[in-house]
Design a binder for this molecule. Structure first.
Ligand code: PRP
Length: 182
């Protein structure tokens, strides 16, 4: 697996520093809330980031999972999102949600999911991503918490996959082009 990696883009130490920074900010931002704080891990890519981050959040949190997909704006009209696994909650008004993602690319997934949860009555919705590729944006979207902005490279590891592989790498690396062009 390591032979398929061109360079390490975000090392384990950098990921540790990123999760420290974001968790500290979340601990501060939500210390006075009187609602439940719910982390939503978006499957599958954000599993490892969610685990590392939540260990460093010292407030009471609940954990939920969603699996979603969204298509480019040319394929489906804006605001639509496919929900493969939804929250098992009826009333969202008693909770502050933080959606946790591994990467923001076009921005469609998080902007649509945020709208969906707000439309369902969530008290508040914020977004948190390990990686952001602003150069790929198709919609006007800025995550509330961002680990690192990265260039438009094919990245894998720490949850991110190519053809379902490499998710278990403990760092984020750039995949050698010959792996995905062959
Ligand atoms: C990735 C990522 C986000 C989405 C971001 O998921 O985890 O959910 O794409 O892209 P966008 O900003 O263009 O909407 P993916 O569909 O690869 O699923 P996975 O996490 O299960 O690998």
């Amino acid at each position: 697996m390591l032979n398929d990696i061109e360079t390490v883009l975000v090392s384990e130490e950098e990921i540790d520093n990123i999760t420290d920074r974001i968790a500290t900010q979340i601990n501060e931002d939500y210390k006075n809330t009187n609602k439940k704080l719910v982390l939503i891990c978006i499957l599958k890519g954000s599993l490892m980031f969610t685990c590392e981050l939540m260990k460093k959040i010292h407030l009471p949190v609940e954990l939920d999972f969603m699996k979603v997909s969204s298509y480019g704006s040319g394929y489906m009209s804006s605001g639509q999102i496919n929900i493969h696994l939804d929250l098992r909650r009826e009333d969202l008004s008693d909770a502050d949600f933080i959606i946790i993602e591994d990467i923001v690319d076009s921005g469609n997934t998080l902007s649509r999911l945020t709208s969906y949860l707000r439309a369902r009555g969530a008290n508040s919705v914020k977004t948190c991503t390990l990686l952001d590729k602003p150069s790929r944006r198709e919609v006007d979207f800025v995550p509330d918490y961002c680990g690192m902005q990265i260039p438009d490279k094919f990245v894998v590891g720490f949850g991110l996959d190519y053809d379902e592989k490499y998710r278990n790498l403990p760092f984020v690396g750039v995949l050698k082009p010959e792996i995905y062009t062959k």
